[in-house]
Ligand binder design. Structure first.
Ligand SMILES: [Fe+2]
Length: 319
C-alpha cells in the first residue's frame, strides 16, 4: 500500500498513513518516507501500534541512534533500551515524579529548540512515540516551526547579515533560560558546540536557519548583540504562519527533521497527568543500521554536568 500524505500547513508538516511501521519496510517504502520528510520536515503517524523494540528497529532505518547516558552498574533504567530517550514526567516506578530537579530539567523542553544542538554531532531525525498522554484538551501537545520557509522570507539584508555566522550552544544554557540555577561561568566550563546559523538542508537543497534554546552566543559578536539576534531569529521562525501543533494519543508517532525545524512541548499540568513519551534520536550523516560509532557523547556530556540539573540523579531522587 502506498504512502498517503496530507499536508498540515501549505509548505510544512504532513499527516502520513498507509504504511505499517511495525513491519520491515521495502526500499521503495522507505524512500517514500524520507521523501515525505525532505519535503514536509515533520510527519505525523497516528495509532502506529509500535512497541519499544519496533520503534527502535524502525528508527535504525535512518542512521545511528544516540544512546542515553550509561548508568552505573546495577542501577535500573525505566526504559528497556539505551536508544530510547525518556521524555516523560515519570520516575523509575512509572509514577509522576515529584523531584524538583527532574521537573526543572524538563521545563527546558518547553522552549523552542532543536534536539541535541548542544552536541557537535547534530541530530537529523527525532522519532517521538506517545505511550501515555494527558486527556484531550488539557495541553501537552508538541509545537513545530518551519526554519526553511522562515529563512526564505527573511529580508535580503538579514540573509546577508547571518550568512556564515557560527553559534555557540550549550544544554545548560536552555536549562538556565528555563529557570535552572547555573551560572554563565559554569556553563562555559561545560561542553559547548558550534554550528553554522544558516545551512543547506541536504534532503531538499533549501537553506534553513539552525538555532535553538541551546544557542547562547554568536561567535565574534559581543554578548548583547548576539543574544538579541538569536532572540529575533527565534521570534521570526516561531510566528503563527510557520507553526502548528500536534495533539497526541497513545500510539501516535511524530518524526521531525531537526535540521529544518524547531519544536517545543506545550504546557500542561505535569503534577496531575502522566505523559509518557519516548524518543529515538538519529545522528546526522550516519548510515542506516549503524550499531556502533565508537563514541558516546551523552555519557561524556552528563559525566560533566552540574549536579543541580543532572537528570540521572534527579530520577534517582524521585523514586
Ligand atoms: Fe526536543
Amino acid at each position: 500500500m502506498a504512502l498517503k500524505v496530507e499536508p498540515i500547513l501549505p509548505h510544512f508538516g504532513a499527516e502520513c498513513s498507509g504504511l505499517d511501521l511495525t513491519k520491515p519496510l521495502s526500499a521503495e517504502e522507505l524512500k517514500e518516507v524520507t521523501d515525505a520528510m525532505d519535503k514536509w520536515g515533520v510527519t505525523v503517524w497516528r495509532n502506529t501500534g509500535l512497541t519499544d523494540e519496533q520503534h527502535v528497529e524502525f528508527s535504525r532505518n535512518f542512521g545511528y541512534l544516540e544512546r542515553v547516558p550509561k548508568r552505573p552498574d546495577g542501577q535500573k533504567m525505566r526504559l528497556p533500551y539505551r536508544e530510547l530517550f525518556d521524555a516523560s514526567n515519570l520516575n523509575l516506578e512509572g509514577e509522576i515524579t515529584t523531584d524538583p530537579a527532574a521537573v526543572e530539567y524538563r521545563k527546558g523542553d518547553r522552549l523552542w529548540h532543536t534536539d541535541s544542538a548542544f552536541l557537535e554531532k547534530r541530530t537529523s531525525y527525532s522519532l517521538l512515540l506517545a505511550h501515555i498522554t494527558p486527556p484531550p484538551g488539557v495541553g501537552g501537545e508538541t509545537w513545530f516551526a518551519d526554519t526553511r520557509t522562515a529563512y526564505d522570507d527573511l529580508s535580503q539584508e538579514m540573509k546577508d547579515r547571518i550568512e556564515g555566522l557560527v553559534s555557540i550552544n550549550s544544554l545548560w544554557w536552555s536549562r538556565k533560560k528555563a529557570g535552572a540555577d547555573v551560572s554563565e561561568e559554569e556553563i562555559l566550563e561545560r561542553p559547548l558546540a558550534r554550528h553554522p546559523i544558516v545551512h543547506t538542508h541536504k534532503g531538499s537543497g533549501r537553506k534553513a536557519i539552525f538555532i535553538a534554546a541551546h544557542t547562547m552566543d554568536i561567535e565574534g559578536m559581543e554578548g548583547p548583540e548576539g543574544r538579541q539576534l538569536i532572540e529575533d531569529l527565534i521570534a521570526h521562525i516561531t510566528q503563527d504562519k510557520y507553526t502548528f501543533k500536534v495533539a497526541w494519543n497513545p500510539g501516535d508517532m511524530v518524526i521531525w527533521d531537526n535540521l529544518c525545524t524547531m519544536h517545543r512541548g506545550a504546557e500542561y499540568d505535569y503534577t496531575a497527568y502522566k505523559r509518557d513519551m519516548r524518543r529515538t534520536t538519529v545522528r546526522e550523516g550516519t548510515e542506516p543500521h549503524t550499531m556502533d560509532t565508537g563514541d558516546d557523547p551523552y555519557t561524556a556530556l552528563f559525566a560533566r554536568s552540574p549536579k543541580a540539573v543532572d537528570i540521572n540523579s534527579a530520577r534517582d531522587a524521585g523514586r
